[in-house]
Design a protein around this ligand. Structure first.
Ligand code: DGI
Ligand code: FE
Ligand code: FE
Ligand code: FE
Length: 188
């Protein structure tokens, strides 16, 4: 990896301005959550900046990467919502030469969560959900819960995301359900 500015240049070449600005807000929110939760600030910054690196890639790139890197073929049944994190992490490794597995896992799991998440993974999962421009019913409560207890924030998001997917008849990636089971009952 090079300097922060080099990383910003690479990311801004991949993303339209609106998405790029979301990424900057996620970085800032991740830095705040990291400071509060004893997470390494440089890792939080890098993971925040790269988390949506692959969001605007065409489906063909993801399908090719799933095959080339022999990722779970079940991934082919999903779409951009799942691919940009799980497959995006592989593209980040190869294209940006970021090899820190904690950062790569934070990207892999930022959409669905996971049963076990390191503090950095939790920080990125939550920063993406509550960055200041997020505006959905419940976001104020999500911010309050996360400020009090990062893990409780993870549980909140896992529950509300699963609820949203089911209410809208969307396919549930198995990891999203596993995240729900691992985190939600614990915090009731
Ligand atoms: O990339 P962002 O928009 O910043 O945020 P994200 O990567 O967290 O994506 C959020 C979207 O992903 C949200 O609309 C819900 C969707 N999502 C989360 N889990 C699943 C899912 N979509 C499907 N189909 N299945 C899932 O399990
Ligand atoms: Fe994302
Ligand atoms: Fe998210
Ligand atoms: Fe995001």
């Amino acid at each position: 990896p090079g300097t922060r500015q080099e990383l910003l240049d690479r990311i801004s070449q991949q993303l339209r301005p609106k998405r790029f600005h979301h990424v900057l807000r996620v970085e800032q929110t991740a830095l705040e959550l990291a400071a509060k939760n004893d997470v390494d600030l440089e890792r939080a910054s890098i993971a925040g900046l790269v988390h949506d690196y692959a969001k605007q890639r065409p489906d063909e790139d993801f399908i090719a990467a799933i095959k080339a890197y022999q990722l779970n073929p079940e991934l082919l049944h999903y779409g951009n919502a799942i691919w940009h994190g799980v497959v995006g992490a592989e593209l980040i490794k190869r294209e940006l030469h970021i090899y820190d597995e904690d950062i790569l896992n934070a990207v892999r799991h930022h959409t669905t969560g996971d049963v076990y998440m390191t503090p950095l993974e939790q920080v990125i999962y939550m920063a993406d959900y509550i960055e200041p421009a997020r505006d959905f019913p419940g976001v104020a409560e999500a911010r309050q819960v996360t400020a009090k207890d990062l893990g409780a924030g993870v549980a909140f998001q896992a529950q509300h995301t699963l609820q949203y997917l089911i209410e809208n008849g969307l396919p549930v990636y198995p990891k999203s359900l596993a995240t729900y089971n691992a985190w939600v009952p614990r915090y009731q």
